[in-house]
Design a protein. Sequence first.
Length: 199
Amino acid sequence: LIAGDLFEYDYCTTADIARIDGKFREIEGVPVFISPGNHDPVVADSLYNTYRWSPNVHIFKGEGIQGIRIENLNTTVWGCGWEGPEMREELLKGFHVRGEDINILLLHCDVVAKGYSSSYLPVLPEQLEGCGADYAALGHIHKRGEVRFNGKIVGRYCGSPEPLDFSEAGQHGIYIAEVGKGVSSVKTVPAAKRRFITE
């Protein structure tokens, strides 16, 4: 699950994507889901549109939240792709997953408190809780963290796998999650090759 900002639209080249996609081709039996964000929006000339990705890569494009089903796992992954550098709509407002599958939500978003807004797909914690997803994988915030509502974890930011500057101190990596109906266990796996330390 890749919750957006996989690459930087202004600077990424086809050669860069070929290297990334080469890794996806090495795991051809594993579905890869990408919800593009504000740095890698699905604009007309985006590499999401112009590059021929490995068949196991699923990129969310178009309007609204869409579901892609993994038949052999009875699982549906729900996501959306940004179409520009900002998204002010509350796409999760009134949204609820459908079906009896294990449901995973994959969003590049900014979790905000009630009464606040954001230019980066504002989402309220209560919307995450109310949408019915068994697991919510979130992107946009570079620091690892949990989103809670009424004491329950309703979403997780895994943060960026590599820190980008001195504002991103601490451990960086990925999550490995085992997700079932209404239950999940999550393990943090350090992956960063560098650390920013202020002394």
